[in-house]
Write a protein that binds this ligand. Structure first.
Ligand SMILES: Nc1ncnc2c1ncn2[C@@H]1O[C@H](COP(=O)(O)OP(=O)(O)OP(=O)(O)O)[C@@H](O)[C@H]1O
Ligand SMILES: [Mg+2]
Length: 224
């Protein structure tokens, strides 16, 4: 599902080259649940951005579900995301002018799938937000926005779900409910889940965990 070969990502900041990710190679099989752990600033969200085709690797090969992302145009990358991915970004990236309901329906509408309104409402119910369906993102709490982002990522039953700290804004009970939902969805659909987390409760349920330290992938270590 995911193949990275010698991937690096660097950028120029104030005239200086910053190496954010260094020579990352990894493979994730279809149906695996992989946790990505590491200190703040180690490059976890940047790695997710490369897998989502939001950033382009400056070296190495990024291949996701058989698609080589290097050198694709922004239109091709948008098409790739619609076909293969659900993403929960760390900052959510909900569309501010759309309601919660419309945000969740959006991936289905863009793919031209029927029944988007009903499916979006069913997903909002599953994350406990049916009563906020007509609220815009600014009218929702941080944890509510996070659950809308989760509903949007899952509504199309995508083969790969990328989630950046998906329980970061949730209380213990809501978090447990959302984790159960994530795992029941990926089990039911055979999807692959690649998630960044600082939450030991969530990390323990991954099949394996990868550790990023200062942009380098360390060997596999226990998840808990
Ligand atoms: N556009 C940018 N310009 C300059 N530096 C950047 C830029 N984007 C990311 N960085 C730097 O890259 C490093 C990795 O950032 P990233 O967001 O991937 O970390 P992270 O592991 O997700 O951290 P956190 O756990 O806090 O979310 C950080 O040191 C950050 O300051
Ligand atoms: Mg991050």
């Amino acid at each position: 599902m995911i193949h990275l070969d010698q991937v690096s990502f660097s950028l120029i900041h104030s005239g200086q080259k910053l190496s954010i990710l260094k020579n990352i190679s990894l493979s994730v099989a279809k149906g695996e649940v992989v946790g990505l752990l590491g200190p703040s600033g180690s490059g976890k969200s940047t790695l997710l951005a490369l897998l989502a085709g939001v950033e382009q690797a400056t070296a190495g090969v990024v291949q996701v579900n058989g698609v080589r992302l290097n050198g694709l145009s922004s239109d091709q990358l948008a098409h790739f995301r619609r076909q293969h991915l659900g993403v929960v970004f760390q900052e959510f990236h909900l569309v501010p002018t759309l309601t919660a309901w419309e945000n969740v329906a959006l991936p289905l509408d863009l793919a031209g799938l029927p029944g988007s309104r009903q499916r979006a409402m069913a997903m909002l119910e599953q994350v406990g937000l049916a009563h906020r369906a007509n609220h815009r993102p600014t009218e929702l709490s941080g944890g509510e926005q996070q659950r809308v982002a989760i509903a949007r990522a899952f509504v199309g039953c995508p083969p790969l779900i990328l989630a950046d700290e998906p329980t970061g804004n949730l209380d213990q009970n809501t978090s447990q409910h959302i984790i159960d939902l994530l795992f029941s969805c990926v089990a039911a659909w055979g999807s692959t889940l690649f998630l960044v987390t600082h939450d030991p409760q969530l990390a323990r349920r991954a099949d394996r965990c990868l550790h990023l330290v200062d942009g380098c992938l360390e060997g596999s270590q226990p998840c808990g």
